[in-house]
Design a protein around this ligand. Structure first.
Ligand code: SAH
Ligand code: SF4
Length: 388
């Protein structure tokens, strides 16, 4: 277990890819196919006079093969490929920058057609790894320990923009066609980037359904975790309709403190949130709910807090993910000491809950939890010709 080390925040390594800036705000009128559900893709093909079975062929090329060039889609007639390329497109978000941490973590700043940007992070393990996907540009919520929360929401991301983050990350590793033998480097998805996914539920659901589709990317729901600050009404839906793993940003065991740290608590307080967890359809011992708990020095990290935490979640199949607070410029908190985190973890562990301490990853490129986006705002200010 490691305590937090303050990252050398002003000396992050330079991006390794040359910036392709400023990206033209292309008025490309062609219709994007990425992000359409199967039903929408069928409907689109019918609209242009094609048989519905063509949707299956296109789906395979787009999501199994990872093709972006219609001319390569050899099972389609040449004529169809040419006409499709005139009216439709299969694209990825533009890579504004790509940074690589000393620990192997990769962070991309992706730019969309309107110039808005989000960050996506890939955290490799030995033979697998998780892609941390953003669901919104910024966040409407303002959790006081989160850097993303200091920016105003600009907008929700579309299904194409979320699926596109994952596909672009896989491009970067050449992980196409989609491996069927389980040997994937980009093996997991965590919806833990910028934004509150359950405030953009419809689009998030479409994106994840596309990613889980068995004839395409085919990532199992067991390998996808959605993290929420506690949008209670959507939690049940998420379990019923998507069946993905659930992570809850708990961070406090008393409403008065959680009201400050995670202000959405004023709307859906701890008791309601925990009830939603008890009711979560897929929660069982094999698929436990993760409670995320950021360790803030002198704020939520006493032994008494740890005892109360395990009392509160009793009966819920759960694990507690202790996250050393990742600092950012001007943050009003400090991370608890390594000893404090260890003592807290021990109490939780002794109560029978697994309590891994999340090792901060990619801190040298501001890619750790809660550090996203603001870094790109800072980048933008110093980038000549940048689109703001
Ligand atoms: N909006 C969602 C998902 C994105 S945040 C949510 O809040 O759950 C992903 C995780 O990072 C959350 O658990 C969040 O509480 C945590 N986090 C945010 N800022 C952090 C920081 N500065 N240090 C450590 N963890 C942080
Ligand atoms: Fe938004 Fe999550 Fe950050 Fe809170 S912790 S401000 S919900 S991104």
């Amino acid at each position: 277990m490691r305590g937090c080390k303050r990252p050398p925040m002003e000396s992050a390594p330079a991006p390794v890819t040359p910036e392709k800036l400023p990206a033209p705000l292309s008025p490309d009128p062609r219709i994007e196919l990425v992000g359409l559900t199967r039903a929408e893709l069928k409907a689109e093909l019918e609209r242009i006079g094609k048989k519905p079975f063509r949707a299956g062929q296109l789906w395979h090329w787009i999501y199994h093969q990872g093709a972006t060039d219609f001319t390569k889609m050899s099972t389609l007639s040449k004529e169809f490929r040419v006409s499709l390329a005139e009216t439709h497109k299969v694209t990825r978000p533009a890579v504004a920058t790509e940074q690589r941490s000393q620990d192997g973590t990769r962070k991309w700043l992706f730019r969309f057609h309107d110039g808005k940007e989000v960050e996506t992070v890939y955290i490799p393990e030995e033979d697998r790894g998780a892609v941390c996907i953003s669901s919104q540009v910024g966040c409407t919520l303002s959790c006081t320990f989160c850097h993303t929360g200091t920016m105003a929401l600009v907008r929700n991301l579309s299904p194409a923009e979320m699926v596109g983050q994952f596909m672009a990350a896989r491009d970067s590793y050449g992980e196409w066609p989609s491996p069927t033998d389980g040997g994937r480097m980009l093996s997991n998805i965590v919806m833990m980037g910028m934004g509150e996914p359950l405030f953009n539920y419809e689009n998030v659901a479409k994106a994840l359904q596309i990613i889980m589709d068995h004839e395409g990317i085919s990532l199992s729901k067991r390998r996808i975790t959605l993290s929420t600050s506690g949008v209670v009404p959507e939690i049940h839906r998420c379990g019923e309709e998507l069946g993905v793993n659930l992570a809850i940003s708990l961070h406090a065991i008393r409403d008065d403190l959680r009201d400050v740290l995670v202000p959405i608590n004023k709307k859906w307080p701890i008791a309601e949130l925990l009830q939603a967890c008890r009711d979560y359809p897929t929660a069982n011992n094999a698929r436990r709910i993760t409670f995320e708990y950021v360790m803030l020095k002198g704020v939520n990290d006493t032994d008494a807090d740890a005892y109360e935490l395990v009392r509160l979640i009793r009966g819920i199949p759960a694990k507690i993910n202790l996250i050393p607070f990742n600092p950012w410029p001007g943050a009003p908190y400090e991370c608890s000491s390594g000893n404090r985190i260890r003592a807290f973890a021990e109490i939780v562990n002794n109560a029978g809950y697994s309590s891994p301490v999340r090792t901060p990853r990619g801190q040298d490129i501001m890619a750790a939890c809660g550090q996203l986006k603001s870094a790109s705002e800072r980048d933008r200010k110093s980038r000549p010709g940048a689109i703001v």
